[in-house]
Design a protein around this ligand. Structure first.
Ligand code: XMP
Length: 527
């Protein structure tokens, strides 16, 4: 899908900061559309987009170093406001005739910035409108501006830097040495609001309602009378993509749902009920349980499991589409629930963790030789925006706020061999985890909460009898994006209830452990 038309837009040039996406998020929270582009994007392209303002992100480099990422200087001639953050401030200062030097003292962590002159008098600046004369800020920089470029003045200082906030009010150029986008700068959101509304003149016109209307119209125009097929997993992204496409083209959409036999209890039934019955979406349900479990028999190596499941999925999906095609439907398009963070071209600058994180995400998917054109209606959205769209389209909260579930399903939560009996044990235990997490109001507060079946049997006693049975590990983590995670300090009462219910109710289990490892060095899933 193309960029939205008729809405205010802010372009963020990415110089490799780990916070670039956070800047984009903050602007979207202002109901203003933001778009991340690579640092050296030509000014002509930014002009074509019709950006009302440009933000220069932070970054790990020094502006004076040889391979520092450089900006197209014509960006400063576009006639739109520019806000430089950290490296962005230094770059602006450097390009426009100031001086940047290595600082004796690295400023890292919490600090204060004062919007006052030498006499202690408050300085008026649009960016700080409505804010007090000193605010708490988050710093992370080793270089600093030591000489202002012509036309600029200092607006704010820290104890370490006289030019922590600079402005050229005529050109409407602003620079912040600290990071307004992070939560550790508590009033940062107001600074960003001042920039987008007051300085750039953006309107609050990026709403999910307008997104739905515009995207449906675009889908209808693109698809015409053709047909679209979508692989529905039951996860948030494919569910919202399905609901959106259904709204746009109704019966021209067909969803294929593959039951790989590795789903949680009642999941296949719930998907058929919601999409087939409630939404009346054309749904092809394929029960491939036997096929997957036969292929997985005797396999214990985690990577081999993943490869088998990925490969089988593609074959099953392809043959389902073939069957639909022979029964009369011809699919020109394949829809996918790709989100904006997967689309943003990562800037690879040495020492930039954002680049590493990106490559980790590119897992699985369909083969490139499928003969479809792609349709990706969520390409512009962040996850929380996808959720809002889902709610507006009438998807239930349980689907929209569902915890992530890995493509290979329960297979990577059964350490060792996958058998129908071991799947039964894990499913039963998992249902108890889900129901107790929901009952105690913890389910939606954590990133993931699930059971893992270990290849360990241990001795127990039940009544007067000795038992020798399986062990379940509980994995309950908090995380922002799955890249790092920590175990949740769940109240003992909730842990105790889950444990005693599993041991009492799940046949074959006599022991429950709690996984208290963080990621890294552990991972969230056990395989
Ligand atoms: P790990 O175990 O790598 O998991 O810490 C990070 C997040 O990714 C999910 N995950 C997957 N999702 N296909 C998926 O769609 C997979 O193969 C896969 N492996 C892990 C995991 O549930 C967690 O949220």
């Amino acid at each position: 899908m193309s960029e939205p038309a008729n809405v205010s837009k802010i372009v963020i040039l990415d110089f490799g900061s780990q916070y670039t996406q956070v800047i984009a998020r903050r602007i979207r929270e202002c109901q203003v559309y933001s778009q991340i582009l690579k640092y050296n994007t030509p000014a002509t392209e930014i002009a074509k987009i019709g950006a009302r303002g440009v933000i220069l992100s932070g970054g790990p480099s020094s502006v004076y170093s040889e391979n520092a990422p450089q900006i197209d200087p014509a960006v400063f001639e576009l006639g739109v406001p520019v806000l430089g953050i950290c490296y962005g401030l230094q770059l602006m200062g450097f390009h426009l005739g100031g001086k940047v030097e290595h600082s004796q003292r690295r400023e890292y962590g919490a600090g204060q910035v004062f919007i006052t002159d030498e006499g202690g008098k408050r300085i008026a600046c649009d960016l700080f409108d409505g804010l007090p004369e000193s605010i708490d800020v988050w710093n992370s920089h080793g270089d600093k501006l030591t000489k202002l470029p012509a036309g600029f003045r200092a607006v704010g200082h820290t104890n370490n830097s006289p030019f922590a906030v600079i402005e050229n009010p005529t050109k409407r150029f602003y620079g912040l040495q600290f990071h307004p986008e992070v939560a550790h700068t508590p009033r940062g959101k107001e600074l960003i609001e001042n920039f987008v509304y007051k300085i750039c003149g953006c309107k609050m016109d990026w709403t999910m309602g307008s997104f739905i209307d515009q995207t449906c119209e675009e889908i209808r125009q693109k698809v015409g009378t053709d047909h679209v097929v979508l692989g529905l997993s039951g996860g948030v992204d494919s569910s919202v993509a399905a609901a959106l496409l259904h709204k746009a083209i109704g019966p021209q959409l067909t969803c294929v749902f593959v039951n790989n036999g590795l789903l949680r209890a009642n999941e296949a039934e719930a998907v058929q009920k919601l999409y087939g019955e409630n939404f009346q979406i054309n749904l092809k349900y394929v029960d491939a349980t036997e096929r997957f479990l036969t292929k997985l028999a005797g396999v214990t190596d985690p990577e081999t499991k993943r490869k088998i499941i990925g490969g089988e999925f593609i074959r099953v999906f392809e043959s389902a589409v073939r069957e639909l095609t022979t029964s009369g439907q011809n699919f020109k398009y394949l829809a996918q629930g790709t989100l904006y963070p997967d689309v943003i071209e990562s800037v690879s600058i040495s020492g930039n963790p954002a680049a590493l994180i990106k490559s980790h995400h590119n897992v699985g998917g369909l083969p490139p030789d499928l003969k479809f054109s792609l349709i990706e209606p969520l390409r512009q959205l962040f996850k929380d925006e996808v959720r809002q769209v889902g709610l507006q389209l009438g998807l239930p909260k349980e689907v929209v706020y569902r915890q992530p579930f890995p493509g290979p399903g329960l297979a990577v939560r059964i350490v060792g061999e996958i058998t129908p009996e071991r799947l039964r044990i894990l499913r039963d235990a998992d249902s108890i985890v889900v129901s107790e997490m929901k009952a105690s109001d913890w389910y939606y507060k954590v990133w993931q909460s699930f059971a893992v079946l270990l290849p360990v049997r241990s001795v127990g006693v039940m009544g007067d009898e000795r038992t020798y049975e399986h062990t379940i590990a509980l994995r309950i983590v908090e995380s922002q994006d799955g890249m790092t995670a920590d175990w949740v300090r769940l109240p003992y009462e909730v842990l105790g209830k889950i444990s005693s219910r599993i041991i009492n109710e799940v046949k074959g289990v006599n022991r429950v452990c709690y996984d208290i490892s963080s990621k890294p060095p552990s991972t969230i899933e056990w395989e």
